[in-house]
Design a protein around this ligand. Structure first.
Ligand code: HAM
Length: 449
């Protein structure tokens, strides 16, 4: 921590000290250049697969009216009760940093009349979300999600396709072994009866539950089923299961989904305790879990159907389903299983300059190479040829272009092959074509042409 200079306020002439904290906020992290190849791999893979499966990209603001989240995610959920970053703006609006992407997507779907698009309307979104959680491994106050939602289709084939997309993403990222968990928590009609049954059962075991679960019994009894406390898990193990109490429509929906998954040969397990932490879900819920044996297990992603949400928000009656992956957790898993990050293209050419005249010309030459898709490195701040060649060697480039006083006056440049050491002098206007030809002959991809 460093201290700023003492500041005197003109009015009071009091001495103020404002310490500058050179640290991210608790639970927030910089994504450093070293880690970017993993992020790039996730970005490229999810963007490509989203296009291939017919998703349209949607970006919504980080800030929304806070009741958008409280109403959709639910008053009794941990996210709304404990984890929202809420504040009042100077204009008096009560707003919140988004704790997830689905509520904003639904708001945008209604606000922009996307219901006129042909169904299902598939939406891909990604970006940071904020939850004032207790920071620990895999649990941050700012984390990134890649999020997939689809509106307007109630057929369980869409549920199967969403689970397939989630599975494809993970496999394409090189995480070969995950556990896909599925469950059905029914619709509001059958859940009402099931909830009553569950509360009766939990009442009889109340003394064995943790403090949080005793409270949840009144607000959100289904959440007791996925409490991580040992004593609550023991109670949950013998609790009535939602899949045994589905109405006919929900039962057929779930059965058909499982048939589609079998048809896909997609490995899954039914987890009767899977209920999810957001209130908007109906029928299908699913999560993707790391198959790590050791350490604390965390879900990599999760989602489900939310057939009532759009209508509840004031839109048309529109069935919907979606899921999101937590990017930090996916990357941690990629590292654990040694999956390959994205390989950033490396420069194959270095541009060295010697003397003031050459230095002046070098920016233009660099730009010419860049415009022609030749990825070039430089160290324009350095004057000595020796130190520039040292950098070129370190970067492992194939060619160094040397521009000295004489070459600048002659309109030429020296092309040095860094592998053989051979040098040739070429005219400046032939340079781009020559380098392209040489790189092509060496099978080097010209990077953006
Ligand atoms: P969620 O399960 O709350 O679902 O979050 C999705 C994923 O985000 C989790 O599986 C996890 O990988 C990651 N995640 C959640 N909280 C944290 C955290 N504090 N730190 C790091 N990673 C975290 C949703 O958000 C739903 N909106 C998903 C959805 C989309 N449902 C329908 N459409």
């Amino acid at each position: 921590m460093i201290k700023l200079k003492k500041v005197k306020s003109a009015k009071t002439m009091k001495v103020k000290e404002e310490p500058l904290v050179l640290h991210t906020l608790r639970g927030m992290k910089d994504i450093l250049p070293n880690d970017q190849p993993y992020w790039e791999q996730v970005r490229r893979t999810t963007e490509r697969l989203s296009r291939e499966y017919g998703f349209l990209r949607l970006d919504t603001p980080l800030l929304e009216f806070s009741n958008l989240f409280t109403r959709s995610i639910g008053e009794g959920t941990d996210i709304v009760e404990k984890e929202m970053y809420t504040f009042v703006t100077r204009g008096g609006d009560k707003v919140a940093l988004r704790p997830e992407l689905t509520a904003g997507n639904c708001r945008s779907y209604i606000q922009n009349g996307m219901n006129v698009l042909s169904k299902p309307v598939k939406i891909f979104s990604t970006g940071p979300v904020y939850r004032y959680d207790r920071p620990q491994e895999g649990r941050y106050r700012e984390h990134y999600q890649v999020n997939f939602d689809a509106y307007g289709e109630q057929d369980p084939i869409l549920d199967a396709q969403m689970i397939q997309v989630a599975h494809r993403i993970i496999q394409t990222l090189g995480i070969k072994s995950v556990q896909m968990q599925v469950n059905s928590i029914g619709c509001p009609a059958c859940r009402k009866d099931y909830r009553e049954l569950l509360v009766n059962y939990l009442e009889s075991k109340k003394l064995k539950l943790c403090q949080d679960c005793k409270r949840r019994m009144g607000t959100n009894p289904l959440r007791v089923l996925d409490c991580k406390e040992d004593k609550c898990s023991q109670v949950a193990a013998l609790a009535p299961q939602s899949v045994d109490h589905l109405c006919e429509e929900c039962r057929v929906h779930f059965k058909t989904l499982l048939e589609y998954l079998d048809e896909l040969d997609l490995p899954y397990i039914i987890n009767p305790h899977l209920v999810r932490g957001l209130d908007y879900y109906t029928k299908t819920v699913f999560e993707v879990w790391s198959s790590a044996e050791e350490g604390k297990k965390l879900s990599l992603g999760g989602g489900g159907r939310y057939d009532k949400l759009i209508k509840m928000m004031g839109g048309e009656d529109t069935p919907a389903i979606g899921f999101a992956f937590g990017v930090e957790r996916v990357i941690a898993e990629m590292k654990r299983v040694q999956a390959k990050p994205y390989k950033l293209p490396r420069p194959k050419v270095f541009l060295a300059q010697l003397g003031n005249l050459a230095k002046k010309k070098s920016l233009r030459i660099f730009s010419e190479l860049e415009k022609n898709g030749i990825l070039t490195a430089e160290s324009f701040g350095r004057g000595s040829l020796k130190s520039q060649l040292r950098i070129a060697n370190k970067l492992g480039v194939e060619f160094t272009l040397i521009l000295g006083q004489k070459e600048t006056l002659d309109g030429t440049v020296i092309v040095k092959n860094m592998i053989t050491g051979a040098q040739e002098t070429v005219s400046m206007d032939k340079l781009v074509d020559l380098i392209k030809k040489k790189l092509k002959a060496d099978n080097v991809v010209v990077y953006h042409n």
